[in-house]
Write a protein that binds this ligand. Structure first.
Ligand code: OSB
Ligand code: MG
Length: 373
């Protein structure tokens, strides 16, 4: 039985923007990022405060959502839509149903509500979602590098650190050669996969087929649309995983039915929240499709939630949930540290199980607004 959260009466909602520099720049098909401008949502209720993180990036380059857009739709559309209602994590989806899209903004609100409700019931998000473990196997995603020798050094460092698998970002001009070199240098045991972030077109299918020679665990979202992935999947033996295309349970079902993928990357923000993420998980488990949890450079807030999700039994592949220091020299929560067996511990405290450090949050805050609903 999945426990139901206690209801809390929402008093007001805080929208807080923080600015965090990355520990190191990250180069992908989406460009080079060296910081995150994060929208945090704090829900203040009669029973306490809950926190949610909006994973929308600084610019609309991953999907159409971006942090200022999410902030604006939250302030001008989502919060007014809730006025006068007794809002809970469970009825939020129905209340916001008329509003199309903006899933990352909706997800942040749902996360803060789940956190505060579960916190006051003394139940962890992991338990509520149906966690089967208290440790989650994790991998690391490595960006495009200056040269192959440097990449191999970085891969080796991360293997030594204990990560269970390596994901390489690929773009046209940085794909077959670095993958071949890493495979040659690190051996067949290394669990290796690639992520194209939609950077390829149908005309590059034949070139990408060369990746089939390297025993990759999967090729993640090289193309933009389902039809191209479906025809690519018929020509290669490497499993195809979709990320950007999976916006909902229905999208995931369609992708699987069309044969566009055989593995699903679940990101709670991209699909509108943890409740929808769990529905995708349940659908995939029923179809015996393996899933893993993708990352969006989350702070400790989003990272805690993702660990709870990735503890569900269908998450049989290592997730993109690296330790905090891989992203930020100083996070806003206690840092998550990699265990020697390549796992991260799932927070067991009530709600998401972590709270932001008030002094650190104050230090990185660029704006705060509070709304009554
Ligand atoms: O495609 O998985 C992706 C980060 C931002 C946007 C898209 C992606 C990513 C990553 C980073 O790959 C994974 C992580 O957070 O460790
Ligand atoms: Mg991806």
């Amino acid at each position: 039985m999945r426990p139901a959260p206690v209801q809390s009466i929402v008093m007001d909602i805080e929208l807080r923007r923080i600015h965090l520099p990355f520990a190191a720049p990250f180069h992908t098909a989406l460009g080079v990022q060296d910081n995150r401008d994060v929208l945090l949502v704090a829900v203040h209720t009669d029973t306490g405060t809950g926190w949610g993180e909006c994973v929308a990036m600084n610019e609309p380059i991953y999907t159409s959502e971006y942090v200022s857009g999410a902030h604006s739709v939250m302030r001008d559309v989502l919060l007014p839509q809730l006025t006068g209602s007794a809002v809970t994590a469970t009825n939020l989806g129905r209340l916001l149903e008329p509003i199309q899209g903006h899933r990352m903004a909706k997800a942040a609100l749902e996360m803060a509500l789940l956190d505060v409700e579960l916190r006051s019931s003394g139940v962890s998000l992991a338990t509520f979602l149906g966690a089967a473990t208290d440790r989650v196997a994790v991998g690391v995603a490595l960006g495009v590098d200056r040269d192959v020798a440097r990449l191999i050094d970085t891969v080796r460092r991360n293997i030594d650190r204990g990560y269970r698998r390596i994901k390489l970002k690929i773009v046209p001009g940085w794909d077959v050669e670095p993958v071949a070199a890493v495979r040659r240098a690190c051996g067949d045991e290394l669990v290796l996969q690639v992520d194209g972030n939609k950077a390829y077109g149908p005309s590059e299918m034949a070139r990408l087929s060369a990746l089939d020679a390297f025993g990759l665990a999967m090729i993640e979202q090289p193309f933009g649309d389902l039809a191209t992935h479906a025809s690519f999947a018929r020509t290669v033996k490497t499993p195809i995983c979709l990320d950007e295309s999976i916006s909902s349970t229905e999208a995931a079902r369609l992708a699987l039915t069309l044969g566009a993928c055989s593995i699903v990357n679940i990101k709670p923000g991209r699909v509108g929240g943890y409740l929808e993420a769990r529905r995708i998980h349940d659908m995939c488990v029923a179809r015996e499709v393996p899933v893993w949890c993708g990352g969006m450079f989350e702070t400790g807030i989003g990272r805690a939630g993702n660990l709870a999700l990735a503890a569900l039994p269908g998450f049989t592949l290592p997730s993109d949930i690296s330790e905090s220091s891989r992203y930020y020299d100083e996070d806003i929560t206690e840092p998550f540290v990699l265990e020697s067996d390549g796992t991260l511990q799932v927070p067991s405290g009530p709600g998401i199980g972590v709270v932001p450090d008030p002094d650190r949050v104050a230090e990185v805050t660029t704006s705060v607004e509070r709304f009554s609903i």
